[in-house]
Write a protein that binds this ligand. Structure first.
Ligand SMILES: Nc1ncnc2c1ncn2[C@@H]1O[C@H](COP(=O)(O)OP(=O)(O)OP(=O)(O)O)[C@@H](O)[C@H]1O
Ligand SMILES: [Mg+2]
Length: 396
């Protein structure tokens, strides 16, 4: 059923909308902030309605800002606005994503008509959404998470992404979600023209062709979504936008590798929402391992994943007293991959050539190759230097 929420309508107007909407009517108080989640918080956990009517008479500016954010974050909700002066607000309201303005003095018939067209449009959007859902993403989304900084997230994300891109051409995109200090582009020696905010803009319009033109191509065939150019530019990015982007990318690519900032920010949670393969990373240190335990606990409270993590230990040097067995016991999940210290890793990050790309003998490559191979299609795997090795399909 198409649900119609009406925010902040006075008693007279409210009655007309309640009657026209019938049982699908959901009254909401007047918005107090520009934040869609504040308004939706009043719906007791229900998802965004298919049609939202904002009564702008009290505070038109606030409603315009709210509408702009609402349409960016919930592009499937049809927005209507009740206005005293529809002509003055008209253009700005349309730019904010409002589909129709209804005069405050509209009679019952006009209200019925406005809601009727909004419901028709909402039904089309819902059907389109369901159709898109049917050809659901086939790609794997691999998100590298670590509670502590400097554990090697960027090193591992870029090396894994390059490995997948080389093994299966045109298959892989890496997204830098370290919104403030992301350095994936540097780690790949790229000078991008487009950054995450540009790519999100294309994703919001659902235009995958425009989106692809805003990806940066690395010499290995890996596509890259670099972090915003300036740390402040990430402030306005929402976790919903991240989720939507990854969903779109996973329809276009076999592998979407996501690098994150330390800890689990809202943005990382947005990514985890679309993640098929969470890669939990720690060093062999007490703070690192106990931090990762908290991450596992948080994900379990949020009912995200049930132990199907890839646990990776980096800088796997047991001389400081913490062992792989300690990690297994603390997390309750077995360590899948241990990456030893690699003398070449810091220099490779500095020159911007991942070790997987260099094809040299290196302990990091040797340890990561089986993990990369486990993600690759049957019959394709990497040797200990990260080079492609065609494996014979085993037939019985
Ligand atoms: N196995 C390793 N052996 C040696 N050096 C490593 C290894 N893994 C990562 N490094 C080095 O450790 C430093 C931190 O790595 P990286 O930038 O990948 O960590 P990060 O988790 O992304 O950090 P941040 O939290 O700041 O984003 C880099 O200089 C990198 O080259
Ligand atoms: Mg990093």
């Amino acid at each position: 059923m198409i649900r119609i929420a009406v925010a902040g309508a006075g008693p007279y107007v409210e009655a007309a909308y309640a009657q026209a909407a019938g049982v699908a009517y959901m009254p909401l108080p007047a918005p107090e902030s520009e934040s869609p989640s504040d308004l939706l918080g009043r719906l007791n956990g229900a998802s965004a309605p298919e049609v939202l009517v904002l009564d702008s008479r009290e505070d038109p500016e606030l409603c315009l800002s709210l509408a702009a954010r609402f349409s960016a974050e919930h592009p499937d909700t049809v927005l209507l606005m009740i206005a005293d002066d529809a002509e003055t607000l008209g253009l700005r309201a349309m730019r904010a994503g409002v589909k129709d303005l209804v005069p405050a003095d509209a009679d019952d018939h006009q209200v019925e008509q406005a809601l009727g067209s909004a419901v028709q449009l909402a039904e089309k959007l819902t059907a389109r959404h369901a159709a898109a859902h049917d050809q659901e993403p086939t790609g794997r989304v691999i998100t590298v998470v670590s509670p502590k900084g400097g554990a090697g997230k960027t090193t591992i994300a870029t090396n894994l992404a390059v490995a997948c891109a080389v093994a299966v051409p045109h298959s892989t995109v890496i997204v830098d979600l370290d919104l403030q200090f992301g350095d994936v582009a540097t780690a790949l020696n790229l000078t991008p023209e487009h950054f995450l905010p540009d790519v999100l803009q294309s994703a919001a319009s659902g235009d995958t062709i425009a989106l692809k033109t805003r990806l940066t191509l690395h010499e290995t065939g890996l596509y890259v979504v670099p972090a915003p150019e300036s740390p402040a530019a990430g402030d306005s990015i929402t976790s919903g936008q991240i989720s939507q982007l990854l969903q779109l990318l996973s329809r276009e690519f076999d592998y979407v590798v996501v690098d994150t900032s330390p800890g689990i920010s809202d943005h990382t949670l947005g990514a985890l929402d679309q993640t098929t393969d969470p890669l939990l990373l720690t060093t062999l240190s007490v703070p690192g391992v106990s931090g990762l335990r908290k991450v596992v606990d948080t994900l379990s409270v949020l009912q995200m994943f049930t132990g199907n993590y890839h646990v990776v230990v980096n800088f796997a040097d047991t001389s400081h007293g913490v062992t792989r067995k300690d990690v297994n016991e603390t997390l309750g999940v077995a360590v899948e991959t241990s990456i030893p210290v690699s003398k070449a890793a810091p220099a490779s990050l500095n020159v911007g050539v991942p070790l997987m790309q260099a094809g040299t003998r290196d302990p990091l490559v040797k340890a990561l190759a089986p993990l990369a191979s486990s993600l690759l299609p049957d019959g394709v795997d990497l040797d200990r230097r990260g080079r492609l090795r065609e494996r014979r399909r085993t037939s019985r």
